[in-house]
Design a protein around this ligand. Structure first.
Ligand SMILES: [Zn+2]
Length: 498
């Protein structure tokens, strides 16, 4: 039995996004539990599809004793402020010092955190954790599939393990996989051999879904390589192609005696897949036209407003797709969630069944976007407190603030779900909270890129990825990169960064 420190600090940073993640953003959590210090950490994550929850359960089952330090996550956005980083990492480190001596450390990290003063937020955190525990105590971290894994991260941790699914239905399972690696390191008493490669092209996030090619085959090959060897743990991270720093992008890595050769094989598989990471994107007006003719109650067409995905740094308040739904007078259509606390408060103040003028969304200053003005009727109100039930967010206890369901007067077939706090529309409970059953619609428009597929693809007759103005560009080549390392192709088979 070993004494193991548990911590976590997750943020996915889109350096091109409109707002930064301050301490309040980590207190709010954006769908995740708010920031936790000490013992309450265990209860806050328990039972949810969260990496720390899976690691805690697995480590306890192995008989280890656990000490909680700090755990925090916020909605993806632009850089984490220096203040938030100092406060959260400061608590984590001082509690780690207070818990000394520990035999091992497990960290629940994202892997794509950019801080105002540190491009590699996790690399810096791992450096500080290593400084506290010294060179011999194993540190193992689980990572998001969207991690931009750096050399510093690989050097400073004994092992890193990433999710294998996008939508991330295996977050808790990945925590458990990290726990097994940590246990293996504690028993073995020495570091495992590691392999690590960064790839030289970027891919847009809609094409990284593990349900579709080429990622489906890449992850299948990854697992085949693991089971052929029996003693290695491999990861492939397609990365988060919206963080402007040198090491942004895809990577493969692994641990075990034969890790180097297996990682090299996996690198070849990902390199060969480059032409297959193609994207099919639809203009909002075209997508709505197609959805109107193909969707039916019971078999909706699902539209993914990918470039305003709050899960990729959007504020969830752009109006391009909503405008098209209203202009084309779509029937049985619902869009969610539009994040607009002022409009949600206005709906609550006006009360049920009242009809009034709103100026919806469009408040993030995104080029080509503006608020949508119009008359809407308040059909339902909610307090934003509910528990998710879909495969990805299962067990997440949402606190999204004032929520409201509005119906357009200009296009009475169009309804909008408003929420006050940012969260990606990846769970049907976000609609049911306001009495909307998504399956009963003809068109369901979602502020999400891929995560929605876990809960919504089973009810969809068709999924269309929509390209409408927003900060989470589906084509990484459209960003103005300044710090990315030279030679990286900005999209599959695309131009190299000069
Ligand atoms: Zn992710």
């Amino acid at each position: 039995m070993a004494r193991i420190a548990i911590g976590g600090f997750q943020h996915e940073t889109n350096t091109f996004a409109p707002s930064r993640a301050d301490y309040a953003a980590f207190e709010a959590g954006g769908g995740w539990p708010g920031v936790q210090y000490g013992e309450p950490l265990f209860g806050a994550v328990e039972g949810a599809n969260i990496p720390a929850a899976g690691a805690i359960r697995a480590l306890r089952a192995m008989g280890h004793s656990l000490v909680a330090t700090a755990w925090a996550a916020a909605s993806p956005s632009a850089q984490v402020t220096d203040d938030a980083y100092a406060r959260i990492s400061g608590e984590l480190l001082s509690r780690l010092k207070g818990a000394a001596p520990v035999d091992g450390v497990y960290l629940d990290l994202h892997g794509a955190m950019v801080v105002e003063s540190h491009d590699d937020g996790e690399g810096e955190l791992l450096r500080r954790v290593r400084e506290v525990v010294g060179p011999r105590v194993p540190i193992v971290a689980s990572l998001d599939l969207h991690a931009n894994v750096t050399r510093a991260m690989v050097e400073r941790a004994d092992a890193l393990v990433a999710y294998r699914t996008y939508p991330h239905v295996d977050m808790a399972d990945t925590g458990a996989r990290a726990a097994r690696l940590l246990d293996q390191l504690l028993r073995g008493g020495q570091r495992l051999a590691a392999g690590f490669h960064q790839l030289d092209y970027l891919t847009g996030i809609p094409s990284q879904c593990s349900f579709i090619e080429p990622c489906r085959s890449i992850y299948r090959e990854l697992e085949a390589l693991e089971s052929r060897d029996g003693s290695i743990t491999l990861s492939f991270t397609p990365g988060f192609p919206m963080a402007d720093f040198a090491e942004c992008g895809m990577a493969v890595f692994g641990y075990g005696a034969n890790a180097k050769a297996a990682v090299e094989r996996l690198r070849g598989v990902v390199a060969d897949a480059e032409p297959h990471f193609a994207l099919e994107l639809h203009a909002a007006a075209d997508a709505v036209r197609r959805a109107r003719s193909r969707g039916a109650p019971g078999a909706p067409v699902v539209l993914a407003d990918t470039q305003d995905n709050p899960g990729a740094g959007g504020n969830g308040d752009t109006t391009g797709l909503l405008k098209s739904l209203i202009e084309q007078k779509a029937q049985d259509a619902v869009l969610g969630m539009l994040i607009d606390p002022a409009s949600a408060a206005r709906a609550h103040a006006a009360g049920l069944h009242s009809t009034l003028d709103f100026s919806l969304g469009g408040k993030s200053g995104i080029a080509g976007d503006a608020p949508l003005a119009g008359e809407f009727t308040v059909e339902r109100l909610g307090d934003g407190r509910f528990t998710c039930t879909g495969p990805m967010f299962k067990g997440f206890r949402m606190t999204l603030g004032n929520m409201a369901l509005l119906r357009s007067r200009a296009a009475p077939g169009v309804r909008v779900v408003l929420a006050s706090r940012k969260c990606q529309a990846a769970d049907q409970e976000m609609f049911r909270h306001l009495g909307v059953e998504p399956r009963a619609s003809r068109i369901v428009a979602l502020k999400s890129s891929v995560h929605f597929r876990a809960d919504f693809e089973p009810i969809a007759t068709e999924v269309l990825v929509v390209k409408s103005p927003g900060p989470a560009l589906a084509d990484p080549a459209e960003f103005k990169w300044t710090k990315l390392r030279k030679g990286v192709r900005l999209r599959p088979l695309g131009p190299a960064h000069a």
